[in-house]
Write a protein that binds this ligand. Structure first.
Ligand SMILES: [Zn+2]
Length: 452
């Protein structure tokens, strides 16, 4: 199920693919300026990419009042498939995506066990289920081909997006839950087009790579040095999984991958300087400066999760009073809410109660919103970025009006009134965002391998 190789034209060619993937459709003049390439060089580098079908030319655009018409360059997003998987301590969340890490199908699976061998087995099964679901999506992708990036993608998504595929059908096999694959495939299946399942899809669109992310430190995009949720140290997950799948596999820290996804394909697409903050089981922080994410030997330790925010706040598991984990992680907020309401309160219920005006819940959410505003201000002040993307499964916090209000107030209080306004962009409170991050690093790794 491997995709056809694409000739990339060396380092300059890979840079060109990267720019078109992030910014496309993009005018040739703009590409030449960004990459410092002459029109002749750009034409020479583009030609094999157009010939191979990785690039497509967009609709003709007039270049100013007197300029001759130009055709912008874009990538053909539905020509390649990727799988991204986020591993937690007890589950694997997987998505099948196109070349811009857009979700075509998703599945989540319970882990039978946490040993590396057991997890690899689970991942092999998950990739197979997702790839099989792509047989339908791939067939449907033909329908949208040539309709432009958003048109084609929209068609595929409507076919296989689990949220639109009707009931969450039990997929049957083992612990694989029907987060859409059963329903998705069935919804997409057109007997005249899909033919014989996986083989039909494999012939149409191959799987180009797999990305897996974990909360923890990863070396060389391959070896999990330490993953506390899985009790792992020095596990060659990338090597083990690649050997089983016969496909390129890239392993990465989950926040690093999510930051890459937001920068290349998400809310921060094309923004050269931005920070990503994630709220969920923990609090994560990623930073992109001059178009590249800042990676250090400490990346993966989650240091942004322990920034002091409120001297009167609760204590985090590492003993810090009022740090970002204590003030914003979903377990900490649920613990505070349980103490306030005198009963266990799941996170979604906490947000719903606050939205409906429950005084105790509103108080908890208001305090969290204020803390988030302070954290956003600290990130913008010290990271010198103008855009902060909020993501993670707990980010629904900022949809609660009292939290949003406090976020703005906390940000304003810690930001110089003369300073540029911080653009705060909020993603979906959707666990699949993490899996899309894993797919994004698989896409990047695939591009890095072009022409190699
Ligand atoms: Zn802490």
């Amino acid at each position: 199920m491997t995709a056809e190789p694409v000739r990339g034209g060396g380092e300059s060619g890979r840079e060109l693919v990267r720019e078109v993937l992030i910014h496309g459709p993009v005018a040739r003049a703009e590409l030449g300026r960004r990459l410092r390439l002459s029109p002749a060089s750009l034409t020479r580098l583009s030609k094999p990419l157009l010939d191979s079908g990785l690039f497509v030319e967009g609709a003709v655009e007039a270049a100013g009042a007197v300029g001759r018409p130009v055709r912008p360059l874009d990538v053909r997003v539905d020509g390649h498939r990727f799988v991204g998987v986020k591993l937690t301590g007890d589950q694997a969340f997987g998505v099948l995506t196109d070349l811009r890490a857009r979700t075509l199908a998703s599945v989540d699976v319970d882990l039978d066990g946490r040993s590396p061998e057991e997890v690899v087995e689970t991942l092999v099964g998950l990739v197979a289920v997702l790839f099989a679901s792509g047989a339908g999506a791939g067939a449907w992708a033909d329908v949208g081909a040539g309709a432009g990036a958003s048109g084609g993608g929209g068609g595929v998504r409507a076919a296989a997006d689990p949220s639109r595929a009707g009931s969450g059908v039990e997929a049957g096999a083992g612990a694989v839950r029907g987060a859409g694959v059963g329903g998705g495939v069935r919804a997409a299946a057109d007997p005249s087009r899909t033919g014989s399942g996986v083989e039909a899809g494999a012939g149409a669109v191959g799987l180009a790579g797999v990305g897996v992310t974990v909360g923890g430190t990863v070396t060389g995009q391959r070896v999990v040095r330490r993953a506390p949720f899985l009790d792992w140290r020095e596990v060659d997950l990338g090597g083990m999984l690649a050997a089983r799948l016969g496909l390129p596999v890239v392993v990465e820290n989950d926040v690093v991958a999510l930051t890459e996804a937001e920068h290349w394909f998400g809310l921060g697409r094309g923004v050269d300087d931005l920070a990503v903050l994630t709220i969920g089981a923990g609090v994560g922080y990623g930073l992109v400066v001059h178009g590249r994410q800042v990676i250090t030997p400490d990346t993966g330790l989650g240091l942004g999760g322990h920034v002091p925010l409120d001297p009167s706040g609760p204590i985090c598991p590492e003993g810090h009073r009022g740090c970002s984990t204590a003030m914003l992680s979903t377990p900490s907020l649920c613990a505070v809410a349980a103490a306030e309401l005198g009963r266990p309160v799941p996170y979604d219920e906490l947000l719903a109660l606050a939205a409906s005006g429950d005084p105790a819940a509103s108080g908890v959410v208001r305090t969290a919103g204020r803390s988030l505003g302070r954290l956003v201000a600290a990130v913008a002040n010290l990271g010198m970025v103008g855009t902060v993307v909020l993501s993670g499964e707990g980010v629904g916090l900022v949809d609660v009006p009292v939290a949003a209000e406090e976020l703005r107030a906390g940000l304003a209080a810690d930001r110089d009134p003369e300073a540029t306004e911080v653009r705060v962009l909020t993603g979906d409170a959707d666990f699949a965002a993490w899996a899309r991050g894993a797919a994004a690093v698989a896409v990047q790794s695939w591009i890095a391998s072009l022409g190699a």
